[in-house]
Structure formats: C-alpha cells, structure tokens
Design a protein around this ligand. Structure first.
Ligand SMILES: CC(C)(COP(=O)(O)OP(=O)(O)OC[C@H]1O[C@@H](n2cnc3c(N)ncnc32)[C@H](O)[C@@H]1OP(=O)(O)O)[C@@H](O)C(=O)NCCC(=O)NCCS
Length: 196
C-alpha cells in the first residue's frame, strides 16, 4: 500500500502533497474570505494556524484511505494557487470532489484542469466507481467546472445547508466510471519526477 501522496502532472499544473511550509501561502489565498463564502468547510476568519492544522491532517487521511488532498501548483512559476481533494472516500465505491482556487487565478481553466487530473486518479488509481460533488446554487462557476469535467447534474436540494446563518440551496453532480471512460475525459498524464 502506498503511504506517500503521488504527484500528478498535467499541461500547466502539478498536483502535489501539501507541506507545512505551504501554510503561509494557504493563509494568504484564503484570508480575504471570498473563497470561504462559497465553500462548505472553510471558516470565515481564517488564520495561519488553521492552515497548519488542516495540512497536518492530510497524511493520516491518505493513509486511512478516507481522503486525498492536493496542492495545485503552477508548473511555470511553482506558485501554489489552490487545493483539490477527494474526500469521504468509500473504497470500491465512491468519493466526493472538492476544490478552491485563489481569487486572482479564477477564470483561467485551472480548476477544470486540476479536476480532470484528480478524476483520472480517482477512477484509475483509487478504483472508485462514482465521483460526486456539490455546490451552492449561487456559485454557478463551480457547476460549470463540474459539467466541463463530464459530471451530470443529478439534483437540487432546497435550503439544504446552513451557512453563516443563511439557508442555502445546493446542487448535486456526479459521474460514473463508465460514463467517464466513454466520454474520454482523460488528460495526458506523464510519469512524474516532480520536485518534492
Ligand atoms: C469555483 C472555482 C473553484 C472555479 O475555479 P476556476 O479555476 O476559476 O474554474 P475554471 O476557470 O476552470 O472554470 C470556471 C468556469 O465557470 C465560468 N464562470 C465563472 N463565473 C461564472 C458565473 N457567475 N456564472 C456562470 N459561469 C461562470 C467560467 O467562465 C468558466 O467557464 P468557461 O471555461 O466555459 O469559460 C473558483 O471560482 C473558486 O475557488 N471559488 C471559491 C471556492 C469555491 O466556490 N469552491 C467550490 C466549492 S463547491
């Protein structure tokens, strides 16, 4: 069984394990609250200590096979620009996709590229049969990403989430391995010797 998170590579991106030295960058990307506003788990007032605590959970989640979280890094500049995860992994069955990208990097196709890569990892390496995701209805950019990577909209849950005191509608998406293979939503990955 692998105990080290394997780095993945696409045209513009590395997906690599977070390290404690990333905590300052994570804090800078999350500090203004615009990412926390549309995510399910990120607290409103974010601190560097929260980033350190979050990063410290990744290795044990990976070893328990319950989740895998990647730093999204631009190959060109080595800049950390976001995070992408498969969480709630149920072996041989399914996993949930989640992600965020730093605001200054929105709209450049980065999330789509990273999500295609982690989907391929989920289906081919983790061996799950279904990958699903959810977003608040008021966050259509996330829905666009999910459609672009081949997911189907499976339903809407009205007032399903209580977020900072407000009830939010939530959209549910999913893709099955057979549909993903048929659609050939696969990126050209190359064996990697990425810097660690
Ligand atoms: C959602 C998020 C991850 C998207 O990241 P990104 O790297 O900008 O995504 P991409 O560039 O790959 O794709 C975004 C798509 O949404 C589209 N889009 C952006 N704003 C939109 C809007 N208000 N309505 C509809 N589509 C929108 C973009 O045009 C793009 O589609 P296109 O490639 O067809 O033009 C990013 O906005 C983010 O981190 N938001 C805050 C955190 C968050 O909401 N995470 C998801 C929680 S479910």
């Amino acid at each position: 069984m692998k105990t080290e998170i394997q780095t993945l590579e696409s045209r513009r991106l590395w997906l690599r394990a977070f390290r404690q030295s990333d905590a300052g960058d994570v804090y800078s990307l999350l500090a203004d609250g615009s990412i926390a506003d549309t995510t399910f788990l990120i607290p409103k007032s974010y601190t560097k200590e929260m980033a350190e605590d979050w990063i410290s959970t990744h290795q044990s989640e990976f070893e328990d096979r319950t989740g895998i979280t990647y730093a999204i890094v631009l190959k060109e500049s080595s800049k950390l620009v976001g995070a992408i995860s498969l969480i709630r992994i149920e072996e041989g069955h399914q996993a949930e996709l989640g992600y965020w990208i730093g605001k200054e990097y929105w709209g450049k196709g980065i999330c789509t590229e990273a999500a295609e890569l982690i989907l391929e990892y989920g289906f081919l390496d983790l061996g799950v049969l279904r990958i699903h995701a959810r977003h608040m209805s008021r966050n259509p950019a996330s829905g666009k990403v999910l459609l672009k990577i081949g997911m189907k909209h499976e339903g809407s849950l009205r007032k399903h989430l209580k977020k900072w005191g407000a009830l939010e509608n939530v959209e549910i998406y999913g893709v099955l391995i057979e549909d993903w293979k048929d659609a050939n939503h696969r990126v050209d990955t190359v064996p990697t010797s990425a810097p660690r």
